[in-house]
Each structure stands twice: as C-alpha cells, then as structure tokens.
Design a protein around this ligand. Sequence first.
Ligand SMILES: [Zn+2]
Length: 457
Amino acid sequence: MKQHHSLPSNTRIDTHCHLFNKKVLSWKLLIDFVQSRVNRSRVNRYMKITNIDLIDCPSSTFNEIKRALNFLKIGMQPTSEDVYKTLVETEKGYAVVPLMFDLDYCVKGASADFQNEILAAYNRILADDRKELLQIKQGLDYLIDYSSSNNEDDILKEIDQLVQIIDTLLEPKRQTNEFGLDSLHKVAPFLDQENQLVDLQKKYPDTVFPFYAVDPRRKENYTLENGTYNLSPILNRLAINGGHFYGIKLYTPNGYSPADPMLMALYRYCEQHAIPITAHCSGGGFASFAKTVDIQGLIYRNSKIREHSGNITFKHYKVTDKKRVHEKAQMLNHPLIWEKVLEKYPNLTLNLAHFGCSEDTGEWSQHIIRLMKQYPNLYTDFSCVAEKATLNNMYKTYYSEAEPTIKKRFLYGSDFYLNMLFIDNMRQYICQFERIFSDAEMKEIAEINPRRFLALD
Ligand SMILES: [Zn+2]
C-alpha cells in the first residue's frame, strides 16, 4: 500500500527538483561554479576568434556572477527544508519530487590531484572575477545603508548573507580543506541527504515525494549471494513498503551502465510494482571525476552498443576538461542503451529526464520520442530548459507534433536549484512555460501526467 497522502487532483507537481543542503552542495557547488566560469572564458575566447564584439561585455558577466551568487545563496542554506521553502515561495501550492544525488560515487576514484586541480581552477577564476565581485559588494553596501535607514530587516538579513558569500569567495584558498568541507561532513553526506528528505516527507506528506538515488557500486544497498541480488535495503525505503521514497533516481554518467546487472534486478521489481525511475539523460550535467571506472553492463562506444565488464579508461577526466561530461554521458547514458533496458522491461515506468537535451543535435530527443511510441510507460521531462528559445523549439518540433498518447508522457520539471545557474529566478522559469504551453497543456504536463507517473492514485 502507498503511504497515505491527500494531494488534491488540481495540484501542480514539479517532477524534477533538488533540495540539496549545504552539506551536499559543497563539492558540487564549487565544481559548478568553477565549470560555469571556465565555460564563460571559453565562450569569450571563441568570440574573440570569430571577431564578435561581446568580449568582456560587462552586463552579461555581471549577470552571470549574480546568478552564481544567487545559486550559492540558495544552496548554502543549512537544511533541505530551507531550500524547499525557497522553491515553494514561487511554486506556491505545488507538490515537488526532490531527487537525491550520490555525490560520493561521482567523485569516487578521482585522482589525488583532483582536489588540487579544483583549487587551482578556483583561484584562477577568482582572480578573473575579482573586479566584478567587488563591484557587486559595493552595490550591496549601498543597499545596506538604504535598508537600514528604512528599517527593512528582512532585506538587510538577505544582503548580509550575500556579502558573507562574496567575502568567502574573495578569500583566496590555499589548501583544499579551506573549502570547509571536512568539518561539514560529520554525518556521511549521502545519509544526511536521505535523512533530511525523509524528515521533509514526514512533515509534508501530501506535497513532497522524494526519489532515492541508487548507484550499483554502493554495496551497502544490496547483497549478492549465489548470483541473486537482495535489494531489500533499497526496497524498504520505498513508500509502498512503508518507507518515504516514491521512486528511484539514476545518474549513470557518475560511472555505471544503465544495464548494470544489479540495476536489471531492480528494474524487474520496479516494473512489477509500477515504481517510477527518473534517469538523468542529457549530454551535460555531472559525470564521474575518475579517469578509470570499473563498468559492468552495456555501454555505447564507436556508435555501437556493446557488453562490457571491467575497467574503462576515459580520455577526458580533468576537472576543467569540458569534454569530460560529454564523453561519459555518451558512453553511459545514451538513449540506445536505455532502449536495451526497455526491450527487457517494456512496461518499466521510466523518465528519461531533460528530454535528452544535448548541446549539439536533437539526436537524443528523437530517440526518446521514437522509444515513447514503442514503450507505454516511457516518460520525459522538460527540466532545466531555462532558455526560452530552446523550450519553444522543443515545444514546436516535438511536443505540439506528438500524438495524444505521447503527449501524456511529457512532464514539467524545474531542476531547481541547479537551474538557477541559468536563469534569474523561478518566476521567470515558470512564466516561460506558461507562455509557451496553453492552460490545458500545462494541466497535462504539470498535473495529470506527473500524477500518473508517480502512481499517486
Ligand atoms: Zn536534475
């Protein structure tokens, strides 16, 4: 039996968001910050080459830094509940599906130089951004004067937090432990993340439906005896078994195959019990920082799906190597691998998230649509589509052209608060959807479809 909940049928559901707190964020935040700055300087360099005169355009740089700061401000909050409250300030009355992330296994096997590499990149970027950060700080100082003379305590508190974040950023870091990670991790971050989501779900049983992150390398989550997997540590966490999780989250570029034998055993259970699975499915996002990863199951290599068992050494593994994520996403996340999973479990309730958004082509999106035609419980979501033009294009090319049976399986998602790196605020994110999709279509993607996906009825 599902846990009791009484979510009114006309409630919007954000099917893809993240409520990581400070402890989970630390590395992630830093890497994101580093990556976003690195990408920017590459864009600038490209523009220089192509003679486009946008180089060092102050307002766009300024906006980017402001976004990064806003991102940090949200993510540096102490608890998942704080982050949840920030989200529902805008998504008022929405139910949410917070997805866990197994950061420990994302950084597992990274070289000893990994931390130093981040440190160096961080300091380099800091040197580049120093001027803009000081400018923002000056602006904030002015706001502090203004707000204190008007007794605006709330605003003052908020600005104060921002100034603190900037101050922390402005201090050059000399040692890796200066990021303050060691002291934060008193409880294992993964367990802490789980506990916080469980608490949140208990407090808001009608509106919070978390998904549990599974990585087949995390062996405390199952045992293998005589070739049989005992998955009870995972299954016991599911709401249908009295736990607090409504589905499973997979992030295969972290270093495993979608067809890992342990996952194949899990899919059997999920298919039988209509447990939804959300799998990150885009050419971007995160990926393992390891150079070599032991992989079991199907991979995509040289335009072919092949069985693999053992170590794979990747060409791109340095923190600042932009191809690092792409290489692992291609090999471990390609929709053609998921097709093999679906051939075996055709009724699996699976969401290939981000609509396969790949920077270059629409190839993954086309595969997903093709598979949605064949597999009745295959879904996709529009999470993290922060660019209005991209969302518009997805709408026109795929959504509005799709048959009703396919339309039933598109989901609204925000990817909050990771989407805050790409957009100024959540209101803007929702408005873009409301402008492109009609009221009836919004009702489908944000109410009816998510409810079916989550098996809430
Ligand atoms: Zn996400």
